[in-house]
Write a protein that binds this ligand. Structure first.
Ligand code: NAD
Ligand code: MG
Length: 394
């Protein structure tokens, strides 16, 4: 029997994770309903989703879209409330009408609403890894104080969550092993990457994702952000979190126990598995993902990550070890660098150079409140933008 109907606030509904979430939700109309949807600026796409899922509230975070959203909802004859601006995300994330929040916004723009959902004690499906990198301690504190149920959607963390002891403890856990696909440029030398284009960087071999995370996968910064995410979500120190490249992206991650047992979670590379797990936990529901065909796969490969060709992973470990504000600087500099790369203002090799320059220029200080972290975030963005304008980090 499915439990009571769950009402979902889906933040970042027009994105890749947003679309996968709606696909799973639509398969289980008796179990889930959509209470709120958000998009940043694509009003037409948001309206189409409102017509299909009939939420109570729709948020357009770019206030310029408010009139078009309100008029569009009226023209469709929908009773959906139109809301605008970033504060409206926090409002729907904490709204008692929604028991589940899917945090699927990209970047630090998702941090306030993720924290709001945690404080309000929601079932929180966390895809927005940048908010954990930026404010991991505050987020874990908010989850504990708010009584939220945090379910990782990032496939590696979802896999680890599934493989950790069921009692929620860490008894007998030796290491966490995060798998990395290696991205579209696996095996290439650093020099050969100088001229790669945004479209080449976004052509991921196994996953179809938003452009920011696709570039992060190509630089291996995605894995670096995930190491920091794992450190917060699972409470193990950095020296017990390792990365192994596994090009097939079928083993989503592993937990190594002191008795020599290594537990892994496997599946086809499709985010609907992790999303369905988070939506229904502790039950299991159909996600639409095809069964794994091991004989057709034939083999699994593994190799160590190439830190010389992909320095972003080492930069993330450096920021994690420095602690305090360093992960916030790393994340902000990376967001600016990726955006500049996608706009043709920075070469691919300029991405790690820019991040390193920002980490060098802004030594770690203790991280206090969210306001402190947001001030660090803003300062690192200013610094990174200035470096891009002056022609990169060199
Ligand atoms: P995407 O670019 O496809 O979608 C991003 C969503 O966020 C869109 O709905 C967009 O409207 C919204 N958005 C963008 N900027 C915003 C802003 N400033 N304020 C408010 N909303 C804004 O991204 P995605 O690939 O779906 O990734 C979403 C998050 O999930 C990221 O943090 C990513 O790292 C994480 N994630 C994604 C995948 C994946 O397979 N796509 C896997 C693991 C983790
Ligand atoms: Mg991942």
């Amino acid at each position: 029997m499915a439990g009571p109907l769950k009402t979902i606030a889906l933040l970042g509904a027009t994105g890749s994770i947003g679309g996968s979430t709606l696909d799973v939700v639509a398969r289980h109309p008796g179990r889930f309903r959509i209470g709120a949807l958000s998009a940043h600026s694509r009003v037409d796409e948001l309206l189409a989703l409102c017509a299909r899922f009939r939420p109570e509230a729709a948020v357009i975070t770019d206030p310029a879209g408010y009139d078009a959203l309100r008029e569009g909802l009226r023209a469709l004859g929908l009773p959906t409330r139109a809301l605008a601006g970033p504060a409206a995300l926090d409002e729907v994330a904490a709204d008692p009408a929604n028991d589940t929040v899917v945090a699927a916004i990209v970047g630090a723009a998702g941090v306030a609403s993720t924290l709001a959902a945690a404080r309000a004690g929601k079932r929180l499906l966390l895809a927005n890894k940048e908010s954990v990198v930026l404010a991991g301690d505050l987020l874990m504190q908010a989850v504990a104080e708010g009584g939220a149920t945090l379910l990782p959607v990032d496939s590696e963390h979802n896999a680890i969550f599934q493989c950790l002891p069921a009692d929620g403890g860490r008894g007998g856990v030796r290491r966490l092993l995060l798998t990395a696909s290696g991205g579209p440029f696996r095996g290439r030398s650093r020099d050969s990457l100088a001229t790669v284009t945004p479209d080449q960087a976004c052509a991921h071999p196994n996953w179809v994702m938003g452009r920011k995370i696709s570039v992060d996968s190509a630089t291996l910064m995605n894995k670096g952000l995930e190491v920091i995410e794992a450190r917060h979500l699972f409470g193990l120190p950095a020296d017990r979190i390792e990365v192994v490249v596994h090009p097939q992206s079928v083993i989503h991650s592993l937990v190594d126990y002191v008795d020599g047992s290594v537990l892994a979670q496997l599946g086809n590379p499709d985010m609907r598995t992790a999303i369905a797990y988070g939506l229904a936990w502790p039950e299991r529901i159909d996600s639409g993902v095809a069964p794994l065909d091991l004989a057709a796969l034939a083999r699994f490969d593994f190799e160590a990550p190439d830190l010389a060709a992909f320095p972003c992973l080492a930069l993330a470990f450096r920021a994690l070890e420095a602690g305090g504000t360093a992960p916030a600087v790393l994340n902000a500099a990376n967001e600016i660098a990726v955006s500049a790369f996608l706009q043709g203002e920075l070469g691919f090799l300029g991405i790690p150079d820019l991040i390193q320059a920002c980490l060098d220029a802004m030594p770690a200080s203790p991280a206090g409140s969210l306001d402190d972290l947001m001030a660090t975030d803003a300062e690192a963005r200013r610094l990174a933008r200035g470096l891009v304008a002056r022609g990169g980090a060199r």
